[in-house]
Ligand binder design. Structure first.
Ligand code: FES
Ligand code: MG
Length: 570
């Protein structure tokens, strides 16, 4: 069998000599060009992406496995996106990472690729890339940090920050104590150890069958993660001969398993946008309504922060994702093929729950069936909106109130602490222009805090509606991802302060109660905002980004181009 890499290394004359000679400056002997599988190891580490900064160590273990199995590993860097430092939002650059990684994989003499991710956007970014090239691929997420520990208590990434800020404002702790908490929260390598987007996406990758069983939950510093890395390296070499590609693994059934797993773990709403984007790279039909359809019968089994009490380290010791999938029984399609070369059912056979406080049974679930992500439609969201029911207040799930409209989050933050803000418990806060095009990049700003005036009255939640996203660690009755977004001319752009808005989650409705002729009038007056970005990637993004219900990918990146490259540069 002639491998793809042989087109480079097996070539005669100048082309082959060029491909081989320069690579030998790294000390490789001739043997690496004998036709063995060439394995790319795609990293996303950087000292600017703290959650992925330990990846070089993982890559070394992967390489060891590749060598053991008779492959030739070549590591290459990709755009490292860290949630905590990148502005205006790492989400703006997910598609750039995907584009850069796709082109790098295709342009080089690779037969397969190992994808090393971690922080939120690096997982979907690399999976989108690999799906569009469709060479054999396996992922290994970087693992969570050890549990945060402060004064004998577990504290979670993100969650502890919100808490400390509130405690500081209320005078319960000092500035100095906040600094102590900082260090206690992030005390080892790894990504967020709450069930935020990184842990959610890690579990989803495992449920999709794209990483080895249990790989989502080994802590970043656990020796067993290094073992998993080594196994990943050995496995990808075999996958080359089996020609096991993303398009073989990422089937509609695999996506259904991922959607159900997400509901069972109480995962982040961000998974909706990422999974749709990945599916569209493969031509798999997946729409926002599927997230409602396939989760209605799924209970939430995992008791992790932010909705629960525990953290990823506990989840690992309690049995990890295989235990959850086993507990879901018939809801999971065990026939899907996975990177192990075996079915999902074979992968999870024998998995057990070791701690019922962390992973509950389906019979006595942590949260009842039907409390997952709901997809709403109506005159305010013709193309859909999502709400995480488990994070919302039950009393607000059916609610009508008058809109108080803010053009953007900055406008809201400027007044949200005012004592004379015109709000009451029934007010519906509308914060628009936080969508893909509007912000740009659809940041996690939709969960704006409850106005101070209401907080002082003991009101801890109001309905908030936005075209933005919400952090996987956040809470509240927040309607997210309203489509089309305001900046694209969705009805959200036409709402005015005082308009009645009707939210009915049980009926899956979100409506703006304004007569049609009035809306027509407002629409006629509405002008699309000009592209505020004169140049560079933000300009390209603004011109081509799709709406959230389409995965917020760039329109010209949907689909794939395969791995074939017709011409050489020499
Ligand atoms: Fe990177 Fe949470 S900030 S995973
Ligand atoms: Mg995040």
């Amino acid at each position: 069998m002639t491998r793809r890499s042989a087109n480079w290394f097996g070539a005669r004359g100048r082309a082959g000599m060029t491909a081989r000679s320069w690579l030998r400056n790294q000390g490789h002997d001739d043997e690496v060009f004998d036709g063995r599988p060439v394995i790319g190891i795609a990293t996303t580490w950087s000292e600017l992406a703290p959650c992925n900064a330990h990846q070089q160590r993982i890559a070394e273990s992967v390489k060891r496995g590749v060598w053991q199995a008779g492959g030739f590993p070549l590591e290459f860097p990709n755009m490292a996106l860290g949630e905590t430092l990148v502005r205006p939002t790492a989400m703006l650059y997910r598609n750039l990472l995907a584009m850069q990684a796709e082109e790098t994989i295709r342009a080089n003499p690779l037969d397969a690729v190992v994808l090393l991710s971690g922080c939120d956007k690096t997982t979907p970014g690399l999976l989108m890339a690999a799906s569009s090239v469709d060479l054999p691929a396996i992922m290994l997420t970087g693992g969570p940090m050890l549990n945060g520990k402060h004064r004998g208590r577990d504290i979670g990434s993100g969650t502890a920050v919100w808490q400390a800020e509130a405690d500081l404002v209320a005078g319960r702790i000092t500035e100095q104590e906040c600094h102590v908490i900082e260090g206690c929260m992030s005390r080892s390598a790894g990504h967020c150890m709450t069930m935020g987007t990184a842990s959610t996406m890690a579990c989803i990758v495992e449920a999709l069958g794209m990483q080895l069983p249990y790989a989502a939950s080994w802590p970043a510093v656990d020796a067993r993660r290094s073992v998993a890395a080594q196994r990943t390296g050995r496995r990808i070499v075999q996958m080359v001969d089996e020609d096991l590609k993303p398009s073989d693994l990422l089937t509609p059934a695999a996506f259904r398993n991922a959607i159900r797993a997400n509901a069972a773990i109480g995962g982040s709403t961000n998974a909706v946008v990422h999974l749709i984007a990945i599916a569209k790279r493969l031509g798999v039909e997946l729409d926002v309504d599927d997230f409602d359809r396939y989760t209605r019968d799924v209970p939430t089994l995992v008791n992790l922060m932010p909705s629960g009490e525990h953290l990823m380290e506990d989840f690992c010791y309690a049995g990890g994702l295989p235990a959850v999938l086993t507990e879901l029984g018939e809801l999971i399609d065990g026939s899907t093929v996975t990177v192990t070369g075996r079915s999902m059912a074979e992968n999870i056979a024998g998995a057990e729950v070791h701690d019922r406080a962390v992973i509950t049974s389906a019979a006595e679930p942590f949260q009842a069936v039907g409390t997952g992500t709901a997809v709403l439609r109506g005159s305010l969201a013709p193309d859909g909106a999502v709400v995480k029911q488990s994070a919302a207040s039950p009393r607000l799930l059916q609610h009508t109130g008058r809109a108080l409209v803010f053009e953007d989050v900055d406008e809201y933050y400027a007044v949200c602490r005012d004592d004379d803000l015109d709000v009451d418990a029934d007010t519906v806060l509308v914060v628009r222009n936080a969508g893909p095009r509007g912000y740009p990049g659809m940041p996690e700003v939709a969960n704006v805090p409850v106005p101070k005036k209401l907080q002082e009255q003991g009101i801890d939640d109001v309905v908030r509606i936005s075209d933005g996203r919400m952090s996987g660690t956040a809470y509240g009755t927040v309607v997210l991802h309203v489509c089309p977004e305001a900046a694209a001319g969705g009805p959200l752009a036409l709402v005015r302060t005082g308009d009645p808005i009707r939210l009915d989650v049980p009926a899956r409705r979100l409506d703006l109660d304004v007569p049609e002729d009035e809306l027509q009038r407002r629409r006629a007056e509405w002008q699309p905002p000009p592209n505020p970005h004169p140049r560079g990637y933000p300009r390209l993004y603004h011109e081509h980004v799709l709406q959230a219900d389409q995965g917020a990918d760039l329109d010209f990146l949907v689909g794939g181009s395969g791995s074939y490259v017709p011409r050489d540069g020499h």
